[in-house]
Ligand binder design. Structure first.
Ligand SMILES: [Zn+2]
Ligand SMILES: [Zn+2]
Length: 794
């Protein structure tokens, strides 16, 4: 790492303030104190270890040339386990040098055995490219590392298959290219010694479940060629990494979690933007709370707190004005651009030209552009950067003085990864989490123990999801007929899935196994969720503006919908579901649109339940039918409803997994909930419970749906359902069921502790409510949850 502060910075600003001083100045800025908690995360000295004796001198020398004098203890420990043939996951913090832990055993083996090969998997092409450079820079003879992905020219592919011994790719390429072409890869797979799975915590939910089966398919092909590679996984800090890695690979995995790399101390502040007066309509919607294309869907809620985006922009301007090198993490691209623009404006107002030292950074930049921004930040030409979490994966940028995190990034694991960007070697740094107007964020800034005292969450995936398992088994059957032994490999539910494929005419059973019957391969997209994406096309020019995932398309692209794209407003003329496209034209009306849906849910089966007197807690399969039936038009300036217009869109079905609880009407009456208030009480509890579930599992509230009703036909009782928004489930409802009392306790506390009177986006309102947040009863929601918690065993 190059040395820090160039002269230009210190000449302008002198030595930077200490984190404590800086925080004091930031807090003193407005009326009231927005800081709810300050945590001092102490510095840690590194624990070096000697090079393992098995590491060849040539390799040690190569690392030493690259500046690695000795490994840290965790690196040496994980490397030796892997070298001895154990499957291992190393789960430590940002910049703790996880790559050495797999490079060392993998490259030592490649050097010792002139035939051995290594397959490296990264979730993104950019990360694979970075790793390629790192391995190539070691200049080891005969390794011939190469990236093999969608961008690899045809002409190079054969050379790589035949000659490279360290192939870097991604799960999609493994699934679409390498496994189907296993015959061409037989030489490589036969000699495969190591499979490296980098950033393995990103394989979660439905995507993670798909990847789990792609890895089983890989193991199966290796086994056919007589190879049994060792798996080495690298993860961000996560709860129970050994179990998650075991689920992902289907193998017993040993975890190394003790981080022995050195770290500077961090002053970590939790920051809650102030409440605005109730009638203040001036605050813009906080688009940072709305991922991706859902932007613009949030302004139906009156903002009651100052937006986290504005607050972050101000903090960024203030830290930059102090000469402090600062990175602000913002959830959406648009949000990052808004933060950077606002910070630039305030800085230019103070000192013309100072705004030039702030920029926005998002995924999708060319490598040269990324490197230029990184360089500018490292050298101090640039002092402030607002970024999406594109920086989280594989971009080498450490050594900042302050990190601002605009909105809880969804998991403690990501939070620590982002905060880990702060702190140059041994120096103190500041990290600030700015809460959004959202139940989870609000809960966290008032419950620092949930951040600093709790283990990071487990990575959740469910390889037994039959909507994943069946298509993956179909892919496997194309690669080689399935045998009874394969059913063991693919795990729970594999036999049932094969029977279904046989019944559907996709597989045929013969004495030697199950055979794929069709000519063409099954089309399986690892990342595909909620149906095929819908293209958004500008009618006048035929230009493709972008895509919206199928699941959201009815909400965002119904005829008449106002659709925002990179700050430009369009109105949808037509949604053509058959062709999967929406035709739009440029128009900026002074209203926004808000789709309404009706949802129906029926219980298919109960997997597990807890009978707790007046309360029941259940896990099972459900069918969810939802239909977008109308939309409201509302004035942007005032929020006034102009009208409600009907829509004619088809209903959609989802078979998924849900967790639900029931209460007896008597217990509700005893708790003081009037029968007229039961719907509002349950609805409010449902919203908050969905908002808090990400505390328990690595999901986003957008991964989950809910339904509440004063009496449900299948349960015959007041019921709240929370379901996985993915066909077949993704493991989130299951996790909620497993942690029900902790989850609902946090939900109850979040509602009770919110400073609002009748409910707000920080507690019981939901940005994705299909009923326009009506009815909602905040006090009765607390009573409902009290009844549940009083009866449910811990
Ligand atoms: Zn509230
Ligand atoms: Zn709702």
């Amino acid at each position: 790492m190059e040395s820090s502060s160039p002269a230009t910075v210190s000449a302008d600003h002198g030595p930077g303030p200490t984190p404590a001083d800086l925080l004091r100045r930031l807090r003193a800025r407005g009326a009231g104190d927005p800081v709810t908690h300050v945590e001092r995360v102490p510095a840690r000295a590194g624990v070096p270890a000697p090079w393992p004796s098995w590491a060849p001198a040539e390799l040690r020398a190569a690392f030493t040339r690259r500046g690695v004098v000795a490994p840290w203890q965790h690196q040496a420990q994980a490397a030796t386990l892997a070298y001895d043939g154990e499957h291992v996951v190393i789960a430590t913090g940002t910049a703790s040098g996880k790559s050495l832990a797999y490079q060392l055993p993998a490259l030592a083996t490649v050097l010792a055995d002139p035939r051995a090969t290594v397959l490296y998997l990264a979730p993104t092409k950019a990360l694979a490219a970075d790793q390629l450079r790192a391995v190539a820079a070691l200049e080891l003879e005969g390794v011939r590392p190469a990236c093999y992905d969608g961008d690899t020219p045809r002409a190079e592919r054969e050379w790589i298959r035949r000659h490279s011994r360290f192939v870097l790719t991604n799960p999609d390429m493994l699934h679409h290219g390498i496994l189907p072409g296993h015959a061409q890869w037989s030489g490589f797979l036969r000699r495969l010694a190591y499979v490296v799975i980098d950033e393995c915590h990103t394989y979660r939910g439905v995507f993670g479940s798909h990847v789990a089966h792609v890895l089983r398919r890989l193991r199966r092909q290796c086994a056919r060629f007589g190879a049994t590679p060792v798996f080495v996984l690298a993860s961000a800090t996560s709860g129970d990494p050994a179990t998650a890695a075991g689920r992902l690979t289907g193998l017993p995995v040993t975890a190394v979690t003790e981080d022995a790399s050195p770290r500077g101390g961090v002053t970590f502040a939790l920051w809650e933007p102030p409440l605005l007066p109730p009638d203040s309509g001036a605050a813009p919607p906080d688009s940072s709370s709305v991922p991706g294309q859902a932007a613009g869907d949030h302004d139906d809620l009156r903002q009651v707190r100052r937006s986290a985006l504005r607050e972050t922009a101000d903090l960024l301007a203030d830290t930059v004005a102090e000469g402090v090198r600062t990175l602000a993490f913002v959830r959406s691209r648009k949000g990052a651009e808004v933060v950077a623009a606002n910070a630039r404006r305030s800085l230019d107002d103070a000192v013309p030209g100072l705004g030039d030292r702030v920029a926005a950074y998002r995924g999708g930049y060319l490598r040269e552009e990324r490197r230029e921004l990184e360089r500018a930040l490292l050298h101090g030409d640039l002092l402030g950067l607002a970024s999406t979490n594109a920086l989280e994966l594989g971009v080498d940028l450490v050594g900042l003085d302050a990190v601002l995190i605009c909105g809880y990034p969804g998991t403690r694991a990501s939070l620590w990864q982002q905060a880990g960007r702060a702190g140059r070697s041994g120096q103190e740094a500041l990290a600030v989490l700015v809460a959004r107007d959202d139940p989870l964020d609000t809960y966290l800034v008032h419950h620092p123990e949930a951040i600093f005292g709790a283990p990071v969450e487990a990575t959740v995936l469910d390889p037994a999801n039959r909507y994943v398992l069946a298509p993956q088994l179909a892919c496997a059957a194309v690669e080689a007929p399935l045998t009874p032994a394969d059913l063991v490999l693919f795990g729970d539910g594999a036999k049932e899935a094969v029977d279904e494929l046989v019944a559907a005419g996709a597989l045929r059973q013969r004495p030697t196994g199950w055979y794929w019957r069709h000519r063409e391969r099954p089309e399986v997209d690892l990342r595909g969720e909620g149906g095929a994406p819908v293209c958004v096309v500008e009618s006048a020019t035929g230009r493709l503006l972008g895509t919206v995932d199928g699941g959201s398309s009815h909400f965002l692209l119904h005829p008449g919908a106002v659709y925002l794209h990179q700050g430009v407003s369009y109105v949808v003329d037509e949604l053509d579901l058959a062709d999967g496209c929406a035709l739009v034209h440029v128009e900026e009306p002074d209203w926004s649109t808000h789709a309404r849906d009706v949802t129906d849910l029926s219980v298919v089966s109960v997997r597990s339940y807890v009978d707790a007197g007046p309360v029941g807690m259940f896990l099972g399969e459900v069918d969810v039918t939802s239909q977008v039936v109308s939309y409201q038009r509302r004035r942007i300036a005032t929020g006034e409803v102009i009208d409600t217009r009907p829509l004619d869109l088809p209903a959609r079905e989802l078979r998924t997994v849900a967790v639900w609880f029931t209460l007896s009407p008597q217990s509700l009456a005893l708790a003081g909930v009037q029968s007229a208030d039961v719907p509002g009480a349950l609805h409010a509890a449902e919203h908050a419970a969905i908002g808090l579930l990400p505390l328990m599992a690595t999901c986003d509230r957008w991964d989950i749906g809910g339904l509440s009703t004063a009496v449900h036909a299948d349960t015959e009782a007041p019921t709240v359902f929370v379901y996985d928004g993915h066909p077949g489930g993704a493991g989130f409802a299951e996790r909620a069921y497993g942690t029900a009392s902790a989850w609902l306790r946090a939900t109850r506390d979040a509602i009770a502790e919110c400073g609002c009177e009748t409910g707000c986006p920080s507690c019981v309102q939901s940005p994705k409510c299909g009923n326009g947040n009506n009815p909602l009863s905040k006090p009765d929601a607390i009573r409902v949850l009290d009844v549940v918690l009083a009866n449910l065993p811990e």
